[in-house]
Write a protein that binds this ligand. Structure first.
Ligand SMILES: [Zn+2]
Length: 128
């Protein structure tokens, strides 16, 4: 894992709690995205493997501001359960999973592949 970028704020207790949570979930495998290997902590997320993050955050209290820190503290309290339920994803891979509903293992399609599939399926509206 690479060090965090210098910021205007010095590393706080919250930062070290976050780091401890990510190291716990990584379980010695290295703090990095499980899909692509990206390893800058500032752009890594803890992902609920079974897409039950909303339910989990509600069980920890309200979502929104502070939800991340509540999750990090939960990880430190329940490391075995956390390793079962959570995985580390980078922001990009997390967004891909959120968009399509699962974490793909296949490489992304090229623009040409997408265009071919679209032409097979329906008329493109933006064609000349
Ligand atoms: Zn990734």
């Amino acid at each position: 894992m690479k060090a965090y970028f210098p910021s205007r704020q010095p590393a706080s207790g919250d930062y070290f709690t976050k780091l401890a949570a990510f190291e716990t979930v990584a379980g010695g495998a290295g703090v990095a995205c499980v899909r692509c290997g990206y390893d800058i902590l500032d752009a890594l997320h803890l992902d609920h493997k079974e897409n039950d993050g909303v339910h989990h955050r509600r069980s920890q209290g309200a979502g929104g501001s502070g939800a991340g820190m509540r999750t990090y503290r939960w990880v430190c309290q329940f490391p075995d359960e956390a390793r079962k339920r959570l995985q580390i994803l980078c922001a990009n891979c997390h967004q891909i999973k959120t968009s399509i509903g699962y974490l793909p293992t296949e490489p992304p399609m090229t623009k040409e592949q997408i265009t071919f599939l679209a032409r097979e399926s329906w008329e493109l509206d933006c064609e000349d």
